[in-house]
Design a protein around this ligand. Structure first.
Ligand SMILES: Nc1ncnc2c1ncn2[C@@H]1O[C@H](COP(=O)(O)OP(=O)(O)OP(=O)(O)O)[C@@H](O)[C@H]1O
Ligand SMILES: O=P(O)(O)OC[C@H]1O[C@](O)(CO)[C@@H](O)[C@@H]1O
Ligand SMILES: [Mg+2]
Length: 570
């Protein structure tokens, strides 16, 4: 990659003034055409310029809140060796501060003053709010941070990544009477969406006195294809008791330029975007475009995902509700299975790429014999396979309960049915084959061929699990997320996502949570707990089994999977 002339580097310093000489920085985020590449390499700030790999970057100006942001211009000397392509995109540098004992990396979020240095500040009206004025130390200090890892080495206590702590600030960068906020929900449903909408409206209205709040109808495309609705505390008063989203949602339809021009046309200056990984990528694109335009619009992301696949934050809202609801399906499957001879209950739960709901529902239930998730490939026939396991459990207990996440076994099904490329949805997400149905049919066939009796009951509660209102714990959690987002936007932050990191709410750069999808770590203690509680097979012979499957499928005499018709008819 070649560093294009004019590339810009932004650096935030947690504790030192910009004039500091020789400060060590060593975490670089290079952004190339929308994707972020991290560089962990030592660099120094010397005489106000950045020196990295023998190249010095000039500092044309020092700007920012409290003099804490430095910008560096084009390289003074030669180009750095290991950067070959940049296309004039930004380079962001987070400082790694050497505390002597360890290295502290501060991954800060952007602030409106990064590109509008002369923005006017206002006192936070919460100061005079009777409910909040009694709180001691109500305002969050500028240097309050939240640690990514809280299990530390005594020898290196400060080492690690830190995020900005969320919460109300003493000074805000919006005059409440000039705020026009909007809220949009995108992607699939999730318990708690309405609670987040309600609490954004109530926080803006009652805590800050903002009375101009719009709901964007029908997801991202609603910005340019639909009318908006007005929101106030009365309208949202009891929406938290309902599942879904009062604003409606959609997949696809993200057009950054159209959305940004609709934001400008409608004179919106705060955008609250609730949605999953795809939505957050869209939110980041909107933030970047607004920043490029140099306008005063704050973009706050509120992460939503029933699959719990958003990285960095502890867990996503609605997840606990979903796990609780899944218990009801598992209980039903268990009751059905144990009431008949050789009963097998199969429950399919959501989880496109991450099997968290299946894993937690299994751990909570204790009635589950086997949990199949996308992260652990499984096979049915042969030694150590699912068929053998089900046979043994039926002999031992007379019944079996299997929980399967919807994204599990996709490769196996494609192989067995010689069917590849099932298509994508409007957002580009892969459409999945129905693993639950396929599994039931496969087990039924295997047992029938061996003249053994089996009684399978298939329960597919996927949409029931996510279309319900959030439970009490999720309602409180949604409230904190919503308030956190409002405090952040009012304080002038933008391009951030909110969420708890080790139970403390933080502001996290949006692109940090979309860098990778969180998936169940199968070498972690939680998965080990599950394995020890179910005693299910570890499917270690997966590759061998797939090879056998491929050979079988390659034989011209053998027709493809008999279950294909069933699945195709779905
Ligand atoms: N890479 C991307 N850049 C910009 N917009 C995107 C991107 N990926 C998805 N989007 C937009 O975000 C919205 C939601 O995306 P998607 O359907 O993938 O759901 P999601 O937010 O990931 O939620 P979930 O998967 O939890 O249901 C869609 O309108 C889609 O067009
Ligand atoms: O049918 P829809 O609405 O596209 O949603 C299904 C998907 O949404 C999710 O709930 C979230 O991504 C997945 O688990 C599931 O595959
Ligand atoms: Mg998604």
């Amino acid at each position: 990659m070649d560093l294009a002339p004019g590339a810009v580097c932004a650096m935030r310093d947690l504790s030192q003034s910009p004039a500091d000489h020789g400060m060590q920085v060593s975490l670089f985020q290079l952004r190339f055409l929308g994707s972020v590449v991290k560089q962990r390499a030592p660099a120094r700030i010397r005489d106000g310029s950045l020196v990295w790999k023998g190249t010095t970057y000039e500092k044309p100006c020092a700007i920012g809140s409290g003099g804490k942001v430095l910008r560096f211009g084009k390289p003074k000397l030669s180009r750095p060796r290991n950067v070959t392509e940049c296309h004039g995109k930004e380079i962001e540098i987070s400082p790694m501060i050497d505390t002597g004992a360890g290295r502290l990396i501060f991954e800060d979020v952007p602030h409106l003053t990064d590109w509008l240095p002369t923005l006017e500040m206002h006192p936070n009206p919460l100061k005079h709010n009777p409910a909040y004025s009694a709180v001691k130390q109500y305002f969050v200090e500028d240097d309050d941070v939240v640690a990514r890892n809280i299990v530390i080495k005594l020898s290196n206590p400060w080492e690690g990544i830190y995020f900005r702590r969320s919460g109300p600030r003493d000074k805000i960068y919006f005059d409440p009477s000039e705020v026009r906020a909007c809220i949009v929900t995108c992607g699939g449903l999730c318990p708690g969406l309405n609670t987040v909408i309600r609490e954004i409206v109530c926080s803006l209205w009652t805590q800050y006195g903002v009375q101009d709040i719009l709901g964007i109808v029908g997801g991202y495309r609603g910005f340019y294809a639909r009318n908006t609705i007005r929101l106030d505390p009365k309208i949202v008063n009891d929406i938290h008791k309902r599942g879904g989203t009062i604003l409606g949602t959609s997949r696809g339809g993200h057009d950054t330029l159209k959305i940004v021009s609709s934001i400008a046309d409608r004179r919106i200056n705060q955008v609250y975007i609730i949605g999953g990984d795809g939505t957050q990528k869209g939110a980041n694109a909107i933030y970047e475009e607004l920043r490029r335009n140099g306008v005063k619009v704050a973009v706050a992301g509120i992460p939503k995902t029933i699959d719990n696949d958003i990285d960095v934050i502890d867990k996503s809202f609605g997840f606990d509700t979903a796990v609780e609801e899944a218990q009801r399906a598992i209980n039903a499957a268990h009751t059905e299975a144990e009431s008949v001879d050789n009963g097998v209950g199969v429950v399919k739960l959501m989880g496109r790429y991450s099997g968290y709901i299946a894993m937690y529902a299994t751990l909570a239930s204790r009635d589950v014999d086997c949990c199949l998730i996308p992260e652990v490939p499984f096979y049915v026939e042969g030694e150590g396979g699912l068929y053998e396991f089900v046979q043994n459990r039926l002999r031992e207990n007379g019944h079996v309960v299997i929980v399967v996440a919807e994204g599990a076994g996709q490769e196996l099904m494609e192989q067995s049915m010689k069917w590849f490329g099932g298509g994508i949805d409007a957002s580009g997400n892969r459409l999945l084959l129905d693993v639950g149905l396929w599994l039931c049919q496969n087990l039924k066939d295997l047992f029938t061929r061996r003249k053994e009796v089996i009684n399978i009951k298939y329960i597919d509660p996927t949409y029931m699990v996510r279309a319900i209102p959030s439970n009490a714990a999720d309602n409180v959690y949604c409230t904190l997320l919503a308030h956190s987002a409002v405090h952040g936007a009012m304080a002038g932050y933008s391009g951030f996502t909110v969420g708890p990191v080790n139970a403390r709410h933080a502001y996290i750069p949006i692109n940090r949570v979309t860098e990778r999808q969180r998936r169940v770590n199968t070498s972690d203690r939680m998965w080990a707990r599950l394995l020890s509680s179910t005693n299910q097979p570890s499917f270690l012979q997966y590759e061998k089994s797939m090879e056998a499957q491929r050979k079988k499928a390659a034989k011209p005499s053998e027709s493809s999977d008999p279950n294909l018709k069933v699945i195709q008819n779905l």
